[in-house]
Design a protein around this ligand. Structure first.
Ligand code: HAM
Length: 415
């Protein structure tokens, strides 16, 4: 039987085929995400993988609602697997807002589910680093998040040759829309056309824009001028002060598909233009209020970075680290009468935090040695007679004899 389309199996290295997904690589990405977010003072949170359907139908936007993995549970509740983390975060923040000093800086690494048409960079499940700030109106928070995004990618060894951030503003588009006579009811459709501008042919976009009183030319002129708003200029200045200015560019073609964004928005792209967005985010100042049904009103902002496009990009740039599963010690059992004494030693080594392997069943000594080498064990250990042990360092080939009770100390000292 095969897995479902769009769902991945993650294998430990060495992966069976070049197309297989590596759990070791996933761990490397997660650890880098976690380490970078913690350096920026973000705390980790998590939420449930299933939520009430209504949480997503309120404000995520038609596109994501059409992609929901929703069903009725055995208690007749309308529920959905989470397609994104932001509504859960807004719900969590709203329900315990007094407990935390503002601004709240939180991150999470959820697995998300979207019933999408499968294509390059798009699957039916993916993992996302989500980093968000709740309770800060100032654009310094937007700049802090964009800098975290940049540094996360830099810590994965990507450089300014590889990626950049396209910065835009929903507010700037809203002002453009209103100034040019747009009607409130058409605002969402207008955003949708702008969001798809790069992927839709000019004529089709123009037709859609005409219906709501705009033209392709008019929109294109606004994009080409690319005048940063005051807000965007402050964000850029803040990011330049950190020496990260080269990573950012004003680009009004970005507007973001999700319905809840209100202010500055941005997406990270590879410079070659070969891949879909690596990450995207922005300000969503009204979502907490909406989800708490008016009880809590907190400004909020954040971004999500997916693991699928990121892995494709790291592979493309040859930035996958050499991943090897390393065992510290291999305890050889050449004489089966020594098995129980050996198990005692193995237990002590593992308790001391030393990764230790041994043959589960009676195995030829040469095979055991081969296995130790395959596992890249540093030490090969064999109990000779009741109390004597030989320890061989497989890197230097040096050999040592000591008493069984001294092995743990010796390895802790020399590891
Ligand atoms: P999003 O743009 O929908 O934003 O997703 C963020 C990133 O997740 C995308 O740039 C992409 O790399 C990855 N991604 C999304 N869908 C898929 C998929 N089907 N397969 C593979 N990768 C995917 C959000 O989800 C917002 N909630 C982010 C956010 C957090 N905004 C504020 N805080």
């Amino acid at each position: 039987m095969k897995g479902l389309p769009g769902f991945r199996d993650f294998y430990p290295e060495p992966i069976p085929t070049t197309d297989s997904w590596s759990l070791d690589l996933r761990q490397y990405i997660f650890e880098t995400w976690r380490r970078t977010a913690e350096r920026y003072g973000f705390r980790e949170y998590d939420g449930p993988p299933i939520e009430e359907l209504e949480l997503y139908t309120q404000k995520s936007g038609e596109e994501i609602v059409g992609q929901l993995y929703n069903f009725e549970d055995k208690g007749d509740r309308k529920v959905s697997l989470r397609p994104e983390m932001t509504p859960t975060l807004a719900r969590m923040a709203a329900s315990h807002t007094r407990n935390y000093k503002k601004p709240i800086k939180w991150f999470s690494i959820p697995q998300l589910f979207r019933y999408e048409r499968q294509q390059k960079g798009r699957l039916r499940e993916h993992f996302q680093l989500n980093a968000d700030i709740i309770g800060e109106e100032d654009v310094s928070a937007d700049a802090e998040l964009i800098s975290l995004l940049i540094d996360t990618l830099r810590n994965l060894k990507l450089t300014e040759e590889d990626f950049f951030i396209r910065l835009s503003s929903r507010q700037a588009w809203q002002d453009f829309f209103e100034k040019n006579g747009g009607k409130e009811n058409d605002a969402y459709d207008f955003y949708q056309v702008i969001d798809k501008l790069e992927r839709t042919d000019q004529k089709a976009s123009n037709e859609k824009l005409n219906k709501i009183g705009f033209s392709y030319e008019q929109v294109n002129e606004f994009i080409s001028q690319g005048q940063p708003t005051e807000e965007l200029s402050s964000i850029i200045e803040n990011i330049e002060a950190r020496g990260l200015g080269n990573f950012i560019k004003i680009d009004y073609r970005i507007i973001r598909g999700l319905a809840y964004y209100t202010g500055p928005v941005y997406e990270a792209f590879d410079k070659s233009g070969k891949f879909r967005a690596i990450a995207g985010g922005g300000r969503y100042d009204h979502l907490v209020k909406l989800i708490s049904k008016g009880k809590t009103n907190l400004p909020a902002l954040g971004f999500g970075m997916g693991d699928v496009v990121l892995t494709e990009l790291l592979k493309d740039r040859n930035l996958i680290p050499k991943i090897q599963h390393i065992i510290s010690a291999y305890v050889q059992i050449t004489d089966e009468t020594m098995r129980y004494t050996s198990l005692g030693l193995i237990q002590r080594l593992r308790q001391a935090g030393i990764a230790t392997e041994y043959p589960l069943i009676n195995t030829k000594p040469e095979k055991q040695f081969k296995r130790a080498v395959e596992l890249s064990a540093k030490w090969i250990i064999a109990i000779e007679s009741d109390n004597k042990v030989t320890i061989k360092n497989l890197r230097t080939r040096e050999e040592q004899v000591c008493l069984v009770e001294d092995v743990t100390d010796f390895l802790e000292l020399n590891n």
